[in-house]
Write a protein that binds this ligand. Structure first.
Ligand SMILES: [Zn+2]
Ligand SMILES: [Zn+2]
Length: 334
């Protein structure tokens, strides 16, 4: 079967590899479509310290069951939770398997799904009445939904979301569903208009306008009750703490790639709740599926390109040269 392999940073090829062997209770799946996000781009560029090479990327999956079991029939379309949980670490014992100490995400710590066939444990599969294009957007949105759950967002809150990629858009949609007032922040016009369609009440283009002034204007001078950081730069990490209201909540879902220096006085003075948010729980997956089944999200607008697997190496190179050219890229394996 065909698989996309990142041989080393900057070099990806489509290669013929052996089909996976089905073990234990695992099910054999035909991969239909894979979503690529910024973390795949970082893997390709060698910027993700958790990725070793060679590596098959792909963690945003739409697939069809080939060999089913009594609960999941052959022919059923599914999406996949790409994480593992050991069951023994502190997170797993606390019933927070999304943050398992020994997690191996598809395409990161282990080979991913950008291949014609994969095998998966049945408990990692989610059925849904969704198109393949929708199925492979469930995972990034679920990560955003989880961040909103971590932030305990309610209808009384005004929430600012820094970064409107897949995760940020999921956070916008989750805040909107909870009835919160939502402010989307990004530097790209296209992402901001998409955020508005996903339910953002206000949008700030921080490359054109003052983030500080605009946030105060939208919040009667108080600052947002909750800030969700989905970018991962030192500036945005710091801005979250600086701009959030007194006694507010800050949720970090972006991975910072360098050290961040803080005015820690603000943690105390504002009595902030500062939280990390990692991956997503089964309930986050189910909530996203429900939202997409109700057609509450403009999925089609979110996809900037669909390519066959053969064109993926060239596309990864083009994306590296111009990261803002694409938002969501899909690889079709049909
Ligand atoms: Zn992703
Ligand atoms: Zn664990």
């Amino acid at each position: 079967m065909k698989a996309l392999i990142i041989k080393q940073p900057g070099e990806a090829i489509v290669q013929s590899v052996a089909e996976p062997v089905v073990k234990g209770q695992d099910l054999l799946l035909k991969v239909r479509m894979i979503g690529l996000c910024g973390s795949d781009l970082n893997s390709f560029r060698g910027k993700n310290p958790m990725v070793s090479f060679p590596r098959v990327p792909g963690h945003e999956v739409a697939a069809t069951i080939v060999q089913g079991n009594s609960n999941l029939a052959a022919g059923t379309d599914v999406t996949v939770s790409p994480y593992t949980n050991c069951g023994k670490c502190a997170s797993c014992r606390r019933n927070r398997p999304n943050a398992c100490q020994f997690n191996e995400t598809l395409g990161v710590q282990r080979d991913g799904a950008l291949a014609e066939y994969i095998t998966m444990p049945p408990e990692k599969l989610y059925t849904a009445k969704l198109s393949v294009k929708e199925l492979c957007q469930v995972e990034p949105f679920a990560v955003g939904f989880h961040a909103v759950a971590r932030g305990r967002v309610t209808a009384h809150d005004t929430v600012a979301i820094f970064g409107c990629g897949g995760v940020g858009l999921g956070a916008v949609a989750a805040c909107h569903l909870r009835g919160a007032r939502t402010i989307a922040v990004d530097v790209a016009d296209g992402k901001l208009s998409l955020a508005r369609k996903a339910g953002a009440d206000c949008a700030i283009d921080s490359s054109q306008e003052s983030l500080h002034e605009k946030l105060l204007e939208f919040t009667d001078g108080l600052g947002p009750d909750v800030i969700i950081e989905a970018i991962g730069t030192p500036q945005t990490f710091r801005a979250a703490v600086e701009e959030v209201a007194f006694t507010g909540r800050v949720v970090y879902v972006g991975y910072a790639k360098e050290l961040v220096a803080y005015e820690t006085r603000l943690f105390v003075q504002k009595e902030l709740d500062i939280m990390g948010s990692r991956n997503a729980l089964p309930e986050d997956f189910r909530q996203v599926i429900q939202m997409l089944e109700q057609r509450l999200f403009p999925v089609d607008d979110a996809v900037s390109a669909i390519v066959p697997i053969e064109e993926t190496p060239a596309l990864l190179r083009a994306w590296t040269e111009n990261p803002s050219r694409f938002s969501k890229i899909m690889v079709s394996l049909d």
